[in-house]
Design a protein around this ligand. Structure first.
Ligand code: S3P
Length: 483
């Protein structure tokens, strides 16, 4: 950030110091600490067949990836940004709490619009306490990138699931930029980092297809003199690129002769505040989408869903299985393509996924496995190594759960082989152990809606990280989930 902008922000802080106090700390803490029982899912729950099928129009909460980025980029802009449709799930609120702890003003008005007054690139302040990241890998990895080029020291802590996840994939490139890390054994949380000022620009070829790693480096590059470059052999979600350009960063995307994306960002950027509309999360929409496909008699419209090409692999896969999914009313919402998805019950058949499509549906495989369990014939899923380092080892946890509810499944090193029922209801059973993984909980909830005996989930609370109101939404389309 230029020094005149820095000075303007410092003066504003001096004139209005109260704006930087935690005015709404109670509101945040009620989400973060889970102290508001009426807004939280109950722990154990059984999901049973919906005899009349599912029907109606529903909207799912805002996109998690875009919500995190809306808060982070707005916190770096000079002036006030507005965000509509922000996902108010625990993961995004962990990002908000961390940014507030470093000086950004973040408030929600009574219409549900979020207002963020940024501190300017490079302007975040030393946090006084450890940054509690809960279950959120995206908060952790993107914030590490953001702080890598700030003059401060920060400690990151997380829950039992996050504390098992690998951080070396971000600490390695960020160390090359000059940041220092003291991590727990295996490069995990709790972890303390010291940012570098000035940081050193790097050119980094991603060894793993990860939008989190890409975004961490680009965020570090914003306050690094010169050009920071990330080479991405396999395209991953491109929200950071789109949004940073919208905020006024000098960011270019080119392709090399092998088709790899080369993303370059010029450092010492100055970001302009934005008005952002967050589209519905395609990763959340995947649950009612699969439910409508596998529950006989269903006809559901899921409105306002982001259909960015880098996110919509699940629709491609389900259509290849014979799923009747139509995209209606395709439009643009704040730089992202959006559509209403009309989904009707379909007799699905087995499929072999294309490993090249994995990044565009990396979070949707657990629920795709449920679709495969109801399909006619065998499905073979390959190239899913990354699923082993998500909120849980999603290959192994899904295999165990599928067996428990009577599905024929074989676990391989990089995927699953599933023999479907051909449309017959799944036997059911449980309890499914969710291992603090929201997508495991929601996938088996969907399986329960197409089961003979119901499916019991041991712990639905992790669903709060990404999909508050999940059970209510299923009931809105007629799932009849009891207390
Ligand atoms: C995300 C990227 C993905 C995804 C995660 C959100 C993001 O992780 O699984 O839920 O917002 O950048 P990876 O990039 O590590 O695959």
């Amino acid at each position: 950030m230029r020094s005149d902008a820095r000075l303007a922000i410092a003066m504003r802080r001096c004139q209005k110091p109260e704006r930087f106090l935690y005015k709404k700390v109670d509101y945040f803490m009620s989400f973060v600490a889970g102290s508001s029982p009426d807004q939280h899912q109950e722990q154990s729950k059984t999901f049973r067949a919906a005899p009349k099928g599912l029907s109606g129009r529903v909207a799912v909460p805002g996109d998690k990836s875009i919500s995190h980025r809306s808060l982070m980029f707005s916190a770096l802009a000079v002036g006030e940004s507005r965000v509509e449709g922000l996902l108010e799930g625990e993961d995004v609120l962990a990002t908000a709490a961390a940014l507030r702890a470093m000086g950004a003003r973040i408030e929600r008005d009574d219409k549900g619009v979020w207002h963020i007054e940024g501190v300017g690139v490079g302007g975040l302040l030393q946090p006084q306490q450890a940054l509690e990241m809960g279950n959120s890998g995206t908060s952790t990895r993107l914030l590490m990138g953001l702080l890598a080029s700030h003059d401060l020291t920060a400690t990151f802590t997380g829950d039992a699931s996050l504390s098992k996840r690998p951080m070396g994939r971000v600490t390695e490139p960020l160390s090359r930029m000059g940041a220092e890390f003291m991590a727990s054994p295996g490069g995990r949380l709790p972890l303390t980092m010291r940012g570098a000022v000035p940081a050193v620009p790097i050119e980094y070829r991603l060894p793993v297809a990860s939008a989190q790693v890409k975004s961490a480096i680009l965020l570090a590059g914003l306050n690094t003199p010169g050009i920071t470059r990330v080479i991405e052999p396999e395209a991953t979600r491109d929200h950071s690129e789109r949004m940073l350009r919208g905020f006024g960063a000098d960011l270019t995307v080119e392709k090399d002769s092998a088709g790899a994306r080369i993303i370059s960002v010029r450092g010492e950027a100055e970001l302009r505040p934005q008005n952002i509309i967050v589209p519905g999360d395609p990763s959340s929409a995947a649950f009612p989408m699969v439910a409508a496909l596998i529950v006989p008699g269903s006809d559901v419209v899921i409105t306002g869903i982001g259909i960015n090409d880098t996110r919509i692999g699940i629709v491609k896969l389900l259509r290849a299985m014979g799923g009747d999914i139509e995209m209606l009313n395709i439009r643009d919402a704040g730089g992202e393509p959006v559509a209403d998805l009309h989904v009707r019950h379909s007799q699905l058949h087995g499929v072999e996924n294309d490993p090249a499509d994995v990044p565009s549906m990396v979070d949707e495989f657990p629920v795709a496995f449920i679709a495969a369990a109801m399909a006619k014939g065998r499905s073979v899923f390959r190239g899913l190594e990354e699923l082993r380092v998500k909120e849980s080892d999603r290959i192994s946890v899904m295999a165990q759960g599928l067996r428990l509810i009577g599905v024929q499944v074989e676990e391989t090193e990089d995927g699953l082989i599933i023999d479907g029922t051909g449309g017959e209801a799944l036997p059911g059973g449980g309890p499914i152990t969710t291992h603090l993984d929201h997508r495991i909980a929601m996938s088996f909830a969907v399986a329960g809606l197409a089961s003979k005996n119901g499916v019991t989930i041991d712990d639905m609370r992790p669903v709060e990280t990404s999909f508050p109101g999940f059970v209510g939404l299923l009931n809105q389309i007629g799932a009849g989930v009891g207390a």
